[in-house]
Design a protein around this ligand. Structure first.
Ligand code: NAD
Ligand code: IPM
Ligand code: MN
Length: 349
């Protein structure tokens, strides 16, 4: 492979702060990597009048992998939707076809007290949420109208077709097969037709994976079980909206939203890697953001896009070691700065 090109799309708020630490870690690995940055989100809207300028999309397409920070800026919340920062990440996911979003949640030693769960419950967590990322109510038709009675009405169409469900179901089964062999499909089939289709298709796909134990759970129950007995989950496969919500919840179970990385993969394995959190406007610019989710996203990039499993293991071990030394950002109950956390990971490397 020629020198792999990593696109750095840092974005807004704490995006640039945490991405800088992840980049430092990648640079410290003695791998031959090239980096190119481009503006995205509110920052891109300010500079170019669009949250996902053509040059940024072009870089994302050219790159071998993308390290993404976060987008979102309250200054732009009143803009027409097409120009809001969030459209950048939605547009990238759609344009790149990164339909499979892996969000692993595992507790690191020493973070049991940061979790809002009892330590013995938190300690058992080792799960991955496989979230569908290109469909669902996120990408269905949206509209506003006024009813005959003069009431404002909003519409978002929730839709999936069977091919979309089948391909994410396969990723769910493949993921479970490489782990503890348990797949829980989360839906709302008791109410939603998209979910009934989802369940039917998942059951069909299960025929190809006899070694995986499949179960089904309604999303409301799943939200409850995730705080009652999260250790019972191995792999969860679910739609775009449910996966979004459950992954934020899972993050707090392992100590902080600043701990959860993600990989968004297309059919060929090309990926966009980003922490699951947002731009955190409430702490932006203060050096308080936890960079671990971004650093762990870089580890996922090494593993899934660059075939550098050893380097990925090294980065994950360094994060674990740094946390064990007690260097914790404020979200974990400590007083380390973003950069100090990055320094600790680099020292452990
Ligand atoms: P958020 O994830 O940005 O923040 C939620 C809470 O968690 C805040 O209190 C924040 O301070 C804290 N937090 C988040 N990341 C942290 C970290 N690394 N370290 C320490 N604390 C952290 O969610 P929100 O407040 O609902 O959204 C803020 C903006 O981010 C919105 O514009 C939203 O649309 C956007 N957003 C973007 C993405 C993305 O780019 N993929 C993801 C989620 C939200
Ligand atoms: C995430 C975010 C995004 C989502 C938003 C910013 C569009 O919450 O990456 O989890 O809902 O997917
Ligand atoms: Mn989210």
């Amino acid at each position: 492979m020629s020198t792999p090109l990593i696109a750095i799309l840092a974005g807004d708020g704490i995006g640039p702060e945490v991405t800088a630490e992840a980049r430092r870690v990648l640079e410290a690995l003695d791998l031959d990597l090239a980096f190119e940055e481009a503006p995205v989100g509110g920052a891109a809207y300010r500079a170019h009048g669009h949250p996902l300028p053509p040059e940024t999309l072009d870089l994302a397409r050219r790159a071998d992998a993308i390290l993404f920070g976060a987008v979102g800026d309250p200054a732009f919340d009143a803009l027409e939707r097409a120009f809001r920062p969030e459209q950048a990440i939605l547009g990238l996911r759609k344009e790149l076809g990164t339909f499979a979003n892996l969000r692993p949640a595992k507790i690191f030693a020493g973070l049991e007290d940061a979790s809002t769960l009892k330590p013995e419950i938190a300690r058992a967590i080792d799960l991955v949420i496989v979230r569908e990322l290109n469909g669902d109510v996120y990408f269905g038709e949206k509209s506003r109208r006024t009813t005959a009675a003069g009431l404002r009405e909003g519409h978002d169409l929730m839709r999936y077709d069977e091919d979309e469900v089948r391909r994410i179901a396969r990723v769910g089964f493949e993921t479970a097969a490489k782990r503890r062999g348990k797949l829980c499909s989360v839906d709302k089939a008791n109410v939603l037709e998209t979910s009934q289709l989802w369940r039917d298709v998942v059951i069909e796909v299960a025929g190809d994976y006899p070694q995986v134990e499949l179960s089904h759970m309604y999303v409301d129950n799943a939200a409850m079980q995730l705080v009652r007995n999260p250790g019972a989950f191995d792999t969860i496969v679910t739609g775009n909206l449910f996966g979004d919500i459950l992954s934020d919840q899972a993050s707090m179970c392992v100590g902080s939203i600043g701990m959860l990385p993600s990989a968004s993969l297309d059919a060929a394995g090309k990926g966009l890697y980003e922490p699951i959190h947002g731009s955190a406007p409430d702490i932006a610019g203060q050096g308080r953001a936890n960079p671990c989710a971004a650093i762990l996203s870089a580890a996922m990039l090494l593993r899934h896009s660059l075939n550098e499993a050893q380097a990925a293991d090294r980065v994950e071990a360094a994060v674990a070691a740094a946390l064990r030394t007690g260097v914790h950002t404020p979200d974990l109950g400590g007083d380390a700065s973003t950069q100090a956390m990055g320094d600790a990971v680099l020292a452990a490397l």
